[in-house]
Design a protein around this ligand. Structure first.
Ligand code: HEM
Length: 421
């Protein structure tokens, strides 16, 4: 069989996917992604300091790729990183000192590791946690009432509430809150100057990882000595084929839960509130019909799309939408684009709290489907169920500011003026 010719069609529009700052400007980002979906849905992006990749912008193609987890692997390139950081991460992993979390792994190891935490995210565990989540939601809405009539909703509410929820699920003490907050922001906001440690260079990124390791190594030792009824103990004492997980798998598990469960939810909460403020008719509708909260939460998660992308690498020559992709090359799955795909969503650029169906890909798809999706949904539900009926008025008190990142991000400041019952 003859090898198909590889046409690496690229376009200026594809550059947005490799430009952290493009994610701070929704109009520019979405107009480029709409162009790509219509004209070049599989496009070649070659923008240093990143290694080149294929960007996939159609919802159906992303689902097909995520469904076929034998053809498309997370290893060795699960997400977009600068080439230098990618090399360093790989070298550290090979030396046994680098983070290797669920998102980096493929089956069967991925399946074994995922099993260890999965019970803590099932409906029963969610029901047990709901009382605590509702209590925290009330605490933060009360706080808004106290500090009003103005606040930065991101720094006062959206950052703190999900972190407290995660710390509760893990079973960590509240006094560790400031430390975990700083570390997760440094880890995920690494490309944004406001959150990064130092100059944001490789050394700084590695120092952040080391701090995570130090904290969680101590936690593992203590939960192995004195197991308690929480996710941290399940992780510390998790076994595969009768053997305790390796130190690196254990540490990586804490890191993925603490980090993936925090910034993502913060972005959905603040993006959700911003959407309600910018669409007062939808806020009024939700107030009048509290039974729409379920669909409203899904729409907030679609609208904000906190996780911008993940990547997969082809294990053999293949093609996507007729575009040949050679073995070993990587595709970037643009969830941001999929969630505005005109072929899937009616009026995708309309924020509609009653949207149903809403087949958004904010939580991904397939074997890596977000482990914490039910928890994230519950958190948004608790917070907005507490907040919306108490809101007498709300408006922007400044310009919402977005973080510059190609991975996990959203609003970093949302100044609001409000009155609350
Ligand atoms: C609105 C909030 C959230 C969003 C948008 C989100 C999004 C995602 C996405 C896109 C993935 C990758 C899916 C894929 O590759 O197909 C993922 C994986 C994951 N998420 Fe979430 N997430 C959120 C909240 C949470 C929470 C609250 C937790 C837990 C505490 C969590 C834990 C995880 C874990 C552990 C994985 C890795 C799963 C695996 O690779 O098997 N996430 N999430």
């Amino acid at each position: 069989m003859s090898t198909p010719t590889i046409h690496r069609h690229s376009s200026e529009h594809g550059r947005v996917l490799a430009e952290p700052v493009a994610y701070t400007d929704n109009d520019r980002l979405h107009s480029s992604l709409a162009w790509l979906r219509a004209n070049q849905p599989v496009t070649w992006v070659d923008v240093p300091p990143y290694r080149p990749f294929w960007a996939v912008t159609k919802h159906a193609d992303i689902m097909a790729i995520e469904r076929d987890n034998e053809l498309w692997l997370s290893e060795p390139r699960p997400l977009l990183l600068q080439a230098e950081v990618e090399d360093r991460v790989k070298a550290d992993q090979e030396a046994g000192v680098g983070l290797r979390t669920l998102i980096h792994m493929d089956d069967p190891h991925h399946r074994d590791i995922r099993k260890i935490g999965v019970d803590w995210f099932r409906p029963k565990a969610m029901r047990d946690l709901k009382v605590r989540v509702d209590e925290l939601a009330k605490r933060y809405v009360d706080r808004m009432a106290e500090i009003g009539p103005e606040c930065d909703f991101v720094t006062e509410v959206a950052i703190n509430f999900p972190l407290y929820v995660i710390l509760s699920l893990l079973g960590l003490p509240e006094e560790d809150f400031p430390r975990m907050l700083k570390l997760t922001q440094e880890m995920f906001g690494g490309e944004d100057a406001e959150h990064q440690r130092g100059e944001g260079g490789t050394e700084d990124i590695m120092a952040v990882l080391l701090d995570f390791f130090t904290y969680f190594s101590a936690l593992t030792a203590s939960r192995r000595a004195n197991p308690t009824d929480d996710l941290a103990s399940a992780i510390a004492n998790g076994r595969i084929n009768g053997e305790l997980m390796s130190d690196m798998d254990t540490l990586s598990y804490y890191v993925i839960v603490a980090s993936a469960g925090h910034d993502t939810t913060k972005d959905a909460i603040s993006g959700g509130l911003c959407a309600l403020v910018e669409h007062p008719d939808q806020l009024a509708r939700l107030k009048a019909h509290p039974d729409l909260m379920g669909t409203a939460v899904e729409e907030m998660i679609r609208w904000s799309t906190p996780v911008k992308e993940f990547m997969r690498t082809a294990t053999r020559d293949t093609e996507v939408r007729g575009v040949p992709i050679p073995k070993g090359e990587s595709v970037l799955l643009s969830y941001v684009s999929a969630n505005r795909d005109e072929d899937i969503f009616e009026n995708p650029f309309t924020f509609d709290v009653a949207r149903d169906p809403n087949k958004h890909l904010s939580f991904g798809y397939g074997v890596h489907f977000c482990l914490g999706a039910a928890l994230a949904r519950m958190e948004l539900n608790s917070l907005f169920t507490e907040l919306v009926p108490r809101l007498e008025s709300i408006e922007l008190a400044g310009v919402p500011e977005y973080s510059a990142t190609t991975f996990v991000g959203g609003l970093k400041h949302l100044p609001i003026r409000y009155s609350l019952r």
